[in-house]
Design a protein around this ligand. Structure first.
Ligand code: AMP
Length: 486
């Protein structure tokens, strides 16, 4: 049984079980099966059979799940887009993806209610399943293609390692579906006949509502960025009494601070805390480790774990040779979970992906080293950062800033401590003096940038300069700029 058949099987054997709960709405496995089949039949008629992607835009509505499965059943990979993105960014993603259709929850609910059989095609492992867009250093997002084979490799590993209880788990869905972290909760839940419990951005913006939602959720498996859990820990009542069924935290996407892991173990004595590591290009995660008191006592910074069994996770030195234990190098991931590449960008694909002894491999751009057989993450080799769990290319913000009228040059400096950032500052050289005070000009630039970029990429502070300091070889001296800001 492949992953899709497995999900459909829950629709036949447990049609009444909730597959998804979001903003007070419930989608059962029976309805997910019936409606995704009907939607696939509709798409098969509406689109040429060319495997072209279908964009799905929304914010955690049950219709998004129907659209995802319907698209894939009809032979079209889906591109999940969250409604928090501004129209300019959405348009750029839809155009780059070459999507012929952009589906909204309204569109899906109108069309997915008629009885119809799915086209009955069987997916091959090499078929494209979804495409997730991440920040690109030139100012345009890039689409990471994930095949059914990549996704299957990830899901099977997690099912083997985590021993979830079938038909009993409730998975927290914190990340919007446009981020690959959500693939962890969505597909582990659907594969095990579990319930996906989404919290919406309204819940997250309203702490009272959020903690009420948790208390009513029955969540057993928590999937989020460490940043989100850290935010929740600020609430004293965030503990086992609020989430009595919670047995496991699954983290990915950024450094898990040891003090966050320790506090979670203290407040949730019956839960395990897992740190997993990987980029979107290697399908969510490729290494994992269960963090316990012994591990916390041994290592001041937590390891990201051991490779999944069907993948190789290597640390390579500058000569492209495996680094010795303890020696720092670039983390390279090879295996069936590695994406075939970036959609429509053979240039970018050739730079980051390569054949490693007949296995497809990805250069992560992450520094790392092995110690005691465990992989440790040591920051980035380039100017990609994580800000509150979001992956951002600094060049993406700078390119979009420089596209604004009146801006001659722009440098964005992430602000934080020990590689953990909490805000962005934009240093800007204006082409001519814009009308208004610095404060007014920064408000104007922020508003204009917010029309091109998601809000988490818009710098909090702006500072205006006549010219940037330069290094001896003629590049902007970012260190000097950062020091001047500190
Ligand atoms: P994304 O594609 O959004 O999942 O981001 C991938 C990047 O996030 C990786 O290349 C790392 O730089 C970082 N990352 C992912 N997981 C971890 C982790 N457990 N600890 C530290 N950094 C991580």
């Amino acid at each position: 049984m492949d992953l899709l058949e497995r999900i459909d099987e829950w629709g036949r054997t447990t049609p009444e079980r909730p597959a998804h709960v979001s903003a007070g709405r419930t989608l059962t496995y029976g309805a997910l099966l019936r409606r995704s089949d009907a939607f696939a039949a509709h798409l098969a008629l509406a689109l040429p059979d060319d495997g072209s992607p279908v964009a799905v835009i929304g914010h955690k509505e049950p219709e998004m799940l129907i659209a995802f499965l319907g698209a894939v059943k009809a032979g079209h990979p889906y591109v999940p887009i969250d409604t928090s993105l501004p129209p300019h960014r959405v348009a750029s993603i839809v155009a780059t993806a070459g999507a012929r259709l952009t589906l909204t929850p309204e569109y899906v609910s109108q069309l997915a209610d008629v009885e119809a059989d799915a086209p009955g095609r069987r997916l091959r492992m090499s078929d494209h399943y979804y495409i997730i867009f991440t920040s690109g250093s030139t100012g345009e997002p890039k689409g990471v293609v994930i095949t059914l084979g990549c996704l299957t490799s990830f899901v099977n590993w997690m099912l083997d390692e985590q021993s979830f209880k079938e038909r009993e788990e409730v998975f927290l869905n914190q990340a919007p579906f446009s981020f690959d972290l959500s693939v962890m909760d969505l597909y582990l839940s659907l594969a095990t006949g579990g319930t996906l419990f989404s919290i919406t951005r309204e819940d997250i913006a309203n702490p009272k509502q959020l903690y009420q939602a948790f208390a009513a959720s029955g969540v057993t498996a928590w999937v989020s960025t460490p940043s989100f859990a850290q935010m929740c820990l600020a609430e004293r009542r965030f503990a086992a009494e609020m989430l009595p069924q919670l047995r496991r935290f699954l983290f990915c996407g950024e450094t898990l601070p040891p003090e966050v892991a320790a506090e979670l173990l203290r407040r949730f004595p019956e839960a395990m805390v897992w740190n997993t590591y990987g980029p979107t290009e290697a399908t969510v995660a490729a290494t994992s480790i269960c963090v316990n008191h012994a591990l916390l006592g041994r290592y001041p910074s937590l390891p990201v774990g051991r490779p999944k069994p069907d993948a190789r996770v290597l640390v390579m030195d500058e000569a492209g040779q495996p680094a010795r234990p303890g020696e720092r190098g670039e983390i390279v991931i090879a295996g069936p979970n590695v994406s075939p590449g970036y959609l429509g960008r053979p240039d970018l694909t050739a730079r980051a992906f390569f054949d490693l002894d007949s296995q497809w491999a990805y250069r992560t751009g992450d520094w790392g080293y092995y110690r005691d057989g465990l992989l440790f993450f040591e920051g980035r080799m380039d100017s990609q950062i994580k800000l509150h769990g979001y992956r951002i290319e600094i060049g993406d913000i700078e390119a979009n800033l420089m596209a604004l009228p009146g801006v001659r040059d722009a440098v964005v400096i992430p602000v934080g401590k020990d590689g953990i950032y909490d805000s962005l500052t934009a240093c800007v050289v204006l082409a001519e003096r814009l009308a208004g005070s610095d404060f007014e000009v920064s408000c104007t630039l922020r508003a204009k940038l917010g029309k091109r970029l998601p809000s988490y990429m818009v710098p909090r502070r702006f500072c205006f300069q006549e010219a940037f300091p330069m290094t001896a070889n003629g590049k902007v001296d970012r260190h000097k700029l950062a020091e001047a800001l500190a």
